[in-house]
Design a binder for this molecule. Sequence first.
Ligand code: HEM
Length: 456
Amino acid sequence: MPLSQALYDELRRRPLKPSRGMRANLISGVLNWPHLVMVLLQRVLAFLQRLVDYGPFVFVNTRRDVIEVMERDQDFPSGPVVGPAMVCGPFVLGTDRGALRSADLELLWEAFYGVTDKPLPGGGTAGRTIAQPQNEALFANIRTAVVGIIAAAESRENGELDLIQEVLRPVCVAIVQQHLGVGPPDDKWLKVLWEILETLALRIILPDAVDLNNTEDPISADLVWAKSTLKTAINEAIDQAIRAPGYNGTIVERMYAVLVRKAPELSRAELRGTISRNVAGLAITACHPIAKAAAHAVDIMLSSETALDGATAAAKMADEDLFWGFILEALRFFPLFPLLTRACPHDTAIGHGALRKVRGGQAIQVGLLPAMFDAKAVPSPQQFRDDRPPEDSMVFGRGIHACFGFQFARNVLVATLMPLFARGIVRAPGRDGRLRFDLLVPKSLTVKLLPANASA
Ligand code: HEM
């Protein structure tokens, strides 16, 4: 499928990349530095807690309080915080309990994982193993692609490759283009898709007071363009699914087939709207988060001899469960979301026994990172261990909003990173070997392949 005229026109209308300003740079700088987040949350803010509690935010740091807030989603909903930042329409993280969320989750589970059992599993997939035969071909393709990328790097004199630009970016863009079915396999589209999803993801992670009607504001112009271009591509994919119904394998086509069968009363416009906002949500959650998680995990593992040796041995044995244990533990040290935000619509209190009042209107900053290092609840928290019970990890969230994509992300991360560790990698020397970001988005991390005889 070539680039359509409509998409070509969208690409030509692209505004200049906006500068996001000091505030966004400062927040990103802190969040990209997990040690600093930990010190701020565990020492500084915990010390100032009583004072801070009078302000607009309440910080929760202990494992017990964090679990309580995440599990009391009716008192501390996610929707009022995340919903308004979802410019492509409501997606499950932005909706709390209710008919829309239930219907969308049912659609997502069936189209994405082929799961139709009732009652639907509450929350995400963490801790639950799901066979996902319809996604297996993707995982196999990723493995093959990464092996090819490694082979190309072998022929370079320095044996180096940029993990982000040469491995993670193409893998994650292919998930959206090939697997979800968004846009054509055209180089111009593939290049811009990463940037479109970056703009939309940053909107959710770094919300700004952006007025989308203000065409003079460069951040708003970029967001409006990103949304309109993604929607155009998704609409074309829906047209294609309508023209040639039946499973060709993409998520857009699977969603179309599920909706036609389960909700024949939906008008064409409703059907289009439902697929469009859910596929946009999936595209945003499946691209940059996977790349970012892989970058964080590799960065941590390259910094610890124990972790690097263990992960390399697990990869050489092709032991996926053991290898995943290393990734999950590495993400505990550098999680994607060290903090999550929840709303608090009514006055309430948290903390069984030692009650701490929360006023309606305050926002709760939920410290996933400090909770995973809470010495009162987590054995030897500072130690890198590959044998922690997976339910101890909060990297994929908790409660009703726990990550829907957990099983998928796990398979993609293993398929992408295991061939690299099995081949043998170390951090490249100098600046190139440091993980670098553009705001929160990983930009480069160069690794060096070990000499072939060392990795035998
Ligand atoms: C390694 C990468 C990923 C990490 C670390 C991650 C982490 C998380 C976390 C912490 C949450 C909870 C957010 C909250 O409670 O506010 C979440 C929710 C969610 N994630 Fe992921 N995620 C990842 C990849 C994915 C992928 C690949 C998908 C889609 C295929 C996905 C889809 C979702 C959805 C839909 C929700 C909301 C679930 C709900 O509200 O029921 N995530 N994720």
